[in-house]
Design a protein around this ligand. Structure first.
Ligand code: SPV
Ligand code: MG
Length: 431
């Protein structure tokens, strides 16, 4: 009997999958791989069912000889183990980022004369509806809110991109890259106070009020499913912060990060060039505890951001504060620096990890941008936030276009660097 292999990464078995199985059966005995959560979230949406539940689902399919675990999107290990005569897949993998996977399979099979079977992809109204339902489920507050905690467990480091609109949300949601046989996408989104304010032409001084910040979150949430980390600035008055926590939690935001500053907040990247006042440990701890007291789910996280290195108060002050904030209930620590050299950030992480193995560490490498995600993870960092790069890349591109239109008194000269009209009008899916 010939061996036929196919791999599923789905939460629902619909007619498309059954069609693949039916086609596979024509060639021999059918083996089905189930992709692990870790592998799936590198290029696909987050699974609604966990791995064990998905495994069970596939085991129920009639006519399957054996169900295997596939822990990488590339087929090397499974091919080595099973040596299938045929690998069957929907023909959607012939183009786009999935083509790299098909190329990988083609190379593996050609080594011993195995064959690929491309089955026409089933994408009818029913399958489309199921797809949309899954996506909608992931966007619901009860699913989205807990996802950050799930990702911290599943990912070596949670990669977070700044968003400040529906459009930037779509970029964070949909950008998937294949590079040297590895797939990647962003895990979460950061609603930055700097970029949210900048998009409104306002300074980053807590001037854009909470109602407006919530409006931004809502715009992002409408078109995305990924979890949101909200930049809560100082958190404001403790009496106000408790209401903010409740609102964010209800909306389905996963975490708020508040910084230990008081008075008129200025952006941290100004450092000591402007007057900035750090809060007292006691007062900031009260704010954290008050927030923790009012939250209603176990999912929501309050992350305490330490400004000691920004304000040049020293490593000891940063560590003392970290200990106190964790004791007050903080679910994570964000340590910030505006030095180009990541040394002080790494020193903090190493020292903090010596005494605390579990509390998630968050960093924002805007200044110390030479450090890689793998290096940060090796020093115990759990979440990396790319806090302003989208905004900083869009502004000069738009300004250049505006200048050139003025210069040439027409738009022809800028056209070659613009997104085609057809692409921009089809960027947003219609219902
Ligand atoms: C933000 O993105 O608004 C931040 C990070 O708070 S930073 O600008 O580096 O202070
Ligand atoms: Mg900010």
């Amino acid at each position: 009997m010939k061996k036929v292999y196919t791999c599923f990464c789905t939460d629902v078995i619909h007619e498309g999958h059954l069609n693949i199985i039916a086609e596979a059966k024509k060639y021999g005995e059918v083996y089905v791989g189930v992709l692990t959560d870790e592998a799936m979230i590198r290029f696909n949406r987050f699974p609604v069912l966990n791995f064990e539940e998905r495994l069970k689902l596939v085991k129920k399919i009639k006519g399957v000889k054996e169900v295997l675990v596939q822990d990488d999107i590339m087929y090397d290990k499974v091919v080595e183990k099973l040596h299938p005569d045929y690998i069957v897949h929907g023909d959607n993998w012939k183009s786009g980022y999935m083509k790299a996977v098909r190329d990988n399979v083609e190379k593996l099979l050609s080594a011993y004369g195995g064959t690929i079977v491309d089955v026409p992809y089933t994408y009818n109204e029913n399958v489309k509806r199921i797809d949309a339902q899954m996506k909608e489920k992931l966007a619901m507050p009860e699913y989205r809110r807990k996802r950050l905690r799930q990702l911290i467990k599943l990912r070596p480091i949670v990669k977070t991109l700044e968003v400040h609109s529906g459009l930037t949300g779509l970029i964070a949601e949909k950008t998937i890259v294949e590079h040297n046989g590895e797939f990647d996408q962003f895990d979460a989104m950061w609603v930055s106070s700097l970029c949210d304010s900048t998009a409104k032409g306002k300074p980053d001084i807590e001037l854009v009020d909470m109602t407006s910040r919530f409006r931004t979150i809502d715009d992002v949430m409408e078109v995305t499913t990924k979890p949101i980390i909200f930049d809560g600035d100082t958190g404001g008055l403790t009496e106000h912060f408790v209401y903010t926590v409740r609102s964010l939690e209800r909306m389905g935001v996963s975490a708020v990060i508040i910084e230990d500053k008081t008075g008129l907040k200025k952006n941290s990247l100004f450092g000591t060039e402007v007057e900035q006042t750090q809060d007292t440990i006691e007062h900031f701890c009260e704010k954290i505890s008050a927030g923790k007291k009012v939250q209603l789910t176990d999912d929501f996280m309050i992350v305490a951001r330490i400004e000691s290195l920004i304000l040049e108060r020293g490593m000891e002050d940063a560590l003392t504060r970290a200990r106190a904030y964790v004791k007050a209930g903080a679910d994570g620590i964000m340590i910030h620096s505006r030095k180009k050299d990541p040394a002080e950030i790494l020193e903090f992480c190493d020292k903090f990890r010596e005494e605390n193995k579990d509390t998630p560490i968050v960093v924002v490498p805007s200044s110390f941008n030479t450090i890689t995600e793998a290096e940060l993870a090796a020093h115990g960092v759990n979440i990396v936030i790319y806090a302003n790069q989208l905004t900083r890349s869009a502004f000069p591109a738009m300004e250049e276009t505006a200048k050139d239109i003025l210069k040439y008194h027409r738009a022809k000269e800028v056209d070659s660097r613009l997104m085609p009209i057809k692409d921009i009008i089809s960027l947003i899916e219609e219902l």
